[in-house]
Write a protein that binds this ligand. Structure first.
Ligand SMILES: Nc1ncnc2c1ncn2[C@@H]1O[C@H](COP(=O)(O)OP(=O)(O)O)[C@@H](O)[C@H]1O
Ligand SMILES: [Mg+2]
Length: 214
């Protein structure tokens, strides 16, 4: 199983989803590897911090890869079973190779209008991926939703907007709220499921269940 967390937009939570997903899979004893295909190296740094600062949690291998990564992804799938690919926030060779190789593409976005508009840049890429990889499942994921109940309307509006404009990207029901825990865990190489914010842990596990039931 190859899962790419991708978008043409930076800062929407791709790396956060990748590393938190790896942490939850590891807790479930599902073998996985993270491929960091972004020169920014967020996931790679997280993996190093995990080894150095959180030795008591399960080890997770993070492999940096660049360029023509399709063959490497297939080899890693053979070796590990599950491969999580964290790509950079732009149209890159790595994103394209991952897009024609993955079983599942998760596209995180916030509900901000610029982030929603940028889905318009992903949509044509999806067309291309589908030509070579027609069986890939594509899902959107709302991230950084405000916890303030007065903001609930914004999520409803965003759901209506993407359903109308991007029907090729069906969104998960599960969401990630904007929570300090998602930032705090990065510094020590952990996932929120290995942290003390039980709301973050619970919502992330609900998301992973939905991903696994797809
Ligand atoms: N749900 C969230 N709540 C709070 N901060 C978040 C959340 N998701 C991501 N962030 C923060 O937003 C920034 C960008 O996230 P990141 O996962 O690196 O995005 P990307 O990989 O798409 O560029 C990071 O500082 C990260 O800690
Ligand atoms: Mg990133």
């Amino acid at each position: 199983m190859i899962i790419t967390i991708g978008s043409t937009k930076g800062g929407v939570g791709k790396s956060s989803v990748a590393v938190n997903l790896a942490a939850e899979l590891s807790r479930q004893n599902v073998r996985c590897v993270i491929v960091d295909a972004d020169p920014t190296a967020t996931a790679h740094t997280w993996g190093q911090d995990r080894g150095e600062r959180s030795p008591e949690v399960p080890h997770i291998t993070v492999t940096p890869l660049r360029g023509q990564i399709r063959k490497n992804l297939l080899d890693l799938e053979e070796a590990y079973g599950t491969v999580l690919v964290d790509v950079g926030g732009h149209d890159s060779q790595e994103f394209r190779q991952a897009g024609v190789t993955s079983d599942l593409l998760i596209i995180p976005t916030t509900t901000s209008q610029p982030d929603l508009d940028s889905l318009g840049k992903v949509a044509p890429l999806l067309e291309e991926f589908k030509t070579f990889n027609p069986d890939m499942t594509v899902r959107g994921l709302f991230n950084r939703i405000e916890t303030n109940p007065q903001s609930a309307g914004r999520l409803t509006e965003a759901r209506a907007y993407v359903a109308a404009d991007f029907p090729e990207i069906p969104f998960y029901d599960a969401i990630m709220h904007d929570r300090k825990a998602y930032q705090d865990v990065m510094r020590v190489g952990r996932g929120v499921i290995e942290w003390n914010d039980y709301k973050a842990k619970a919502e992330f596990q609900v998301l992973v269940k939905e991903i696994q039931n797809d």
